[in-house]
Design a binder for this molecule. Sequence first.
Ligand code: COA
Length: 324
Amino acid sequence: MRGRIAGTGSYVPERVLTNAELERMVATSDTWIFERTGIRERRIAAPGETCSDLGTRAAERALEAAGVAAADLDLILVATCTGDAPLPSTACLIQQRLGAVRAAACDLSAACCGFVYALGVGDAFVKTGSRHVLVIGAEVMSMLMDWTDRGTCILFGDGAGAVVLSPSEGERGILSSHLHSDGNLWDLICVPGGGSRIPPSEKMLAEGLQYMKMKGNETFKVAVKTLEEVAREALSANQLAVEDLDLYVPHQANLRIITAVAERLGLPMEKVVLNMDRYGNTSAASIPLALDEAVRGGRVKAGSLVMIEAFGSGLTWASAVIRW
Ligand code: COA
C-alpha cells in the first residue's frame, strides 16, 4: 500500500518583516525585490522561538486534520537545515512535545528539497508496513542570514508545514517520487562554517562563515533547468500529460523561476500555488506550507492530481505526484 496524505498543517511566526523594512537595512527597494522575486514580506521567528516550536505547531494541526493520534505515529521525519541544535535531532524534540511515544524520529538534510525527499522516504516506510508517518518541513532560515548581504537576506523566511502519511487502500496517494542530487554544484548555496570543516570559533564568526553564501544567478539557471526535467520525468513515469495536473505546488523560491518552469511545461499559472509574496523562501517548509494553504483554501479536493517539486542546496532537486 502506498502512502496517502491524510492531513496537512502549517504554522508561521507572528513577526512580519516587510520589504520596506529591508530597504532600511540594505541597499534595496520594495520594487526591486518584488519585481525580481515576487516576495513582499516574510515571517521571522521571535527571539527564542525554535525550529521545533514551529514544527510542533504545524504537526499538531496536521495530526488534527488527519484524525491521527500522536501515540499512533510510527515515524517522524523532520526536513530542516536550521534545527534547534546539532544534537539531538529536532525530530526527537518534536516527538517529545507531541507525546509520540512509539515513533522513531530523525532529521533529514536536503535543504530546500528536504520536504520532497522526506515525503519519498516516508512513503517508502508506509509501503513497507509503517502505519502513520509524520513528515515535517520546519525552518528558521533567519538564523542563517547575513543581514548586510542583499543577495540573500531579502529571499528567506521562517515557517513550518507538516503532513501525515497513512496507508492508502485505493488509487489515492503518492504515485511517484523522483529524487536527484549533484554534489559537484555544492558551492552554489552553502553555509561554510559551523560544521566539522570549519568548526565554530571567534575567527569563523568574525568572517561571517556561519551565514549562507549563494551564487544567485547561477542557481536561478540550474533551478529552471532541473525543475523542468524532474517535472517531465514524473509525468512520463506516470504516463500523464501536463494537462492532467490539477495543481502544481512548487518550492517558493522565486516567482520568475516558477513562471519560467510553468511556461516551459505549458502549465497555466491558474494551476500554480503561490505564497512567496507573504512568506518568501522558507526552504524545507515552503511546499508543505503552500500545500496546507491550498488544502484549507479548497484548491485541493479528493481525487485532485497534484505535483510538488523543489530544488535546493546540494545541489538537490526532486518531484512527487500525488493523487489526493
Ligand atoms: N536589491 C537591489 N539590487 C540588487 C539586490 C537587491 N536585493 N540583489 C542584487 N542586486 C543587484 C546586483 O548587485 C546587480 O547589480 P549590477 O547589475 O549593478 O551588478 C543586479 O541587481 C542584478 O543582479 P543579479 O544577481 O543578476 O540579479 P538577479 O535578477 O539574478 O536576481 C536573485 C538575484 C538572487 C533574486 C536571483 O538570482 C535568484 O532568485 N536566484 C535564485 C536564488 C534561489 O532561489 N535560491 C534559493 C534556492 S532554494
